[in-house]
Design a protein around this ligand. Structure first.
Ligand SMILES: Cc1ncc(COP(=O)(O)O)c(C=O)c1O
Length: 368
């Protein structure tokens, strides 16, 4: 008879039983066990799949491959956040001494990562107005050290739709790789890889997860680049937890349904607001940005929104509003804010899946 102490550690195991769950279970384990020393050593010789969850785990692998399949890219990898995925994708291409060229209207967090953290690694970043293809090409001519171009398929908060094919066409002429952040569009709406991007990145915290309960990132693209990114994720410890990967996969199962409903609501909201305000809506995706008139007190508007939540993120099933000036773009200088057009009157709305008329009624009440 084993001792109490031993029995409480060596608990019942499902060994030997064939179990076929309907969905992949959460492999909530930091490591995997082996039946012999030879088998464990065999892992290092390329036989066997899982050793230690920071290096690989079935749930995070499944998430990477699911998004790769949806984006029609060969390979994908999960990361602990959208920022981790952007960093891993960037460092898959560039190293100290190289330069990066980025759109000046990238997400505020990306802007800071590039401007501050990459510079600390000796990687210089140039920003340009990507509406101007001549300006992009001029930068590539002026700075032959540029190895990577970064932009977003739909930008935040003014929802500029990137000409991905045009951008990739120019970059390829100069032997430069392209990374596209596809967070706002999702592969339901745009698939940057098939338009020529080398790497596509997601803050899965947004539409892929879709329910506001995970922080996660995914990077997909060419196999050799994903292998490089994987090394950065493993060595910097930027791996995603198995449970967050599992939740994100569960969210992705309804991505098409959510995107369809949210896009329809966004279209109706944009049409409704356009009658009253200056509105940015590109005809796709589920974010609508608008400008309140100068005389409107922004704080009063936000406090009149009733059940529409004030949340500094986007893409959940609930309709929410955010205020770029003091959240996503807070760290930008006044000059930088002015350049991208973010003012004290800019409001970003993320359409949810509620009844369309209920959303319009609530917005009408707030505006009145
Ligand atoms: C377009 C875009 N990319 C990347 C990120 C960063 O993602 P995360 O917060 O998951 O790190 C965000 C976050 O808001 C975003 O909006």
């Amino acid at each position: 008879m084993k001792s109490f102490e031993t029995m409480s550690v060596q608990t019942a195991k499902a060994e030997g039983r064939v179990i076929q769950p309907k969905v992949m279970p959460v492999y909530q384990t930091s490591a995997f066990s082996f039946s012999s020393l030879e088998e464990m050593e065999g892992y290092y010789e390329g036989n066997g799949t899982y050793l230690y969850s920071r290096t690989a785990n079935p749930n995070t692998d499944a998430l990477g491959q699911t998004v790769a399949d949806l984006e029609k890219a060969p390979k994908g990898i999960a990361a602990s956040s959208g920022m981790a995925a952007i960093l891993a994708g960037t460092l898959a291409v560039v190293q100290t001494g190289d330069h990066v060229l980025a759109a000046e209207d990238v997400y505020g967090g990306t802007f800071l990562l590039l401007k501050e953290e990459l510079l600390r690694m000796g990687i210089h970043v140039h920003f340009a107005d990507f509406k101007d293809t001549k300006a992009i090409e001029q930068q590539l001519i002026d700075y032959p050290e540029v190895k990577l171009v970064i932009s977003e398929s739909i930008t935040n908060p003014f929802l500029r739709v990137e000409n991905i094919e045009g951008l990739c066409g120019i970059a390829k002429q100069y032997g430069v790789k392209v990374l596209i952040d596809n967070t706002f569009a999702t592969p339901y709406t745009i698939q940057p890889f098939i338009h020529g991007a080398d790497l596509v990145v997601h803050s899965a915290t947004k539409y892929l997860g879709g329910h506001g309960d995970v922080t996660a990132g995914v990077l997909v693209g060419h196999g050799d680049l994903i292998e490089q990114a994987e090394k950065r994720i493993v060595n910097f410890g930027m791996n995603l937890s198995p449970y967050e990967a599992w939740l994100t996969i569960r969210g992705i199962k309804t991505l098409a349904l959510r995107m369809k409903a949210q896009t329809e609501n966004a279209m109706a909201i944009a049409a409704f607001l356009e009658e009253k305000l200056r509105v940015w809506y590109p005809g796709k995706g589920a974010i609508v940005t608008f400008e309140l008139p100068e005389h409107v007190d922004v704080y009063r508007f936000f406090s009149s929104l009733g059940w529409i939540g004030i949340v500094p993120t986007l893409a959940g099933v609930e309709t929410t509003v955010s205020y770029p000036y003091s959240t996503s773009h807070r760290e930008l200088t006044d000059e930088e804010k002015q350049k991208v057009g973010v003012t004290k009157q800019t409001v970003r709305l993320s359409a949810g899946i509620e009844g369309t008329q209920d959303i319009l009624d609530q917005l009408a009440a707030a505006i009145n």
